[in-house]
Design a protein around this ligand. Structure first.
Ligand SMILES: [Zn+2]
Ligand SMILES: [Zn+2]
Length: 150
């Protein structure tokens, strides 16, 4: 059985960024997001760490970089109702599960050999080019969420 790791494939070369010119700021923002792994930070949280690596960076710049990186498909934006947008550097196919209790965002992988598009009754002939699936609920993992149940 293959061992499951939490390693996220990280893009490091210009080609990996879809031809996007990696400015110093974009690189810093990307590196911070990648270093946070599966934390799914908000722009404000990324800003805190980015400032440590590059003291001159502003929150507006961080927002701009995140927008550009999302547009280039280098990172993903995680949109959850009523919550600030979060960001994700994990580009493998996965859905997001948001816990209403601890406010964490979890990466949810597909079950073995499942095909995401086969779950939905798509119109005939349609082709999915991008998929964003988000769920919300109670994770039941952290002590606070467990006590909420009882
Ligand atoms: Zn939770
Ligand atoms: Zn994710």
């Amino acid at each position: 059985m293959a061992e499951k790791t939490l390693d996220i494939p990280i893009s490091t070369t210009a080609e990996d960024f879809g031809g996007l010119r990696m400015t110093k700021q974009r690189q810093v923002v990307y590196d911070v997001l990648a270093a946070l792994g599966r934390e799914h930070p908000t722009a404000a949280e990324i800003f805190v760490d980015a400032k440590e690596r590059m003291p001159s960076i502003s929150l507006a710049t961080v927002y701009n970089c995140l927008e550009t990186l999302t547009g280039a498909g280098v990172i993903r934006q995680v949109c959850i109702d009523r919550a600030a947008a979060r960001y994700c550097a994990n580009l493998t196919p996965h859905a997001h599960f948001y816990c209403d209790c601890c406010e964490k965002v979890f990466d949810i992988e597909l079950k073995d050999s499942a095909e995401a598009t086969s779950v939905w009754s798509l119109p005939k002939g349609s082709k999915v080019t991008e998929m964003q699936v988000a769920m919300r609920g109670i994770c039941g993992l952290c002590p606070r969420c467990r006590s909420e149940e009882s």
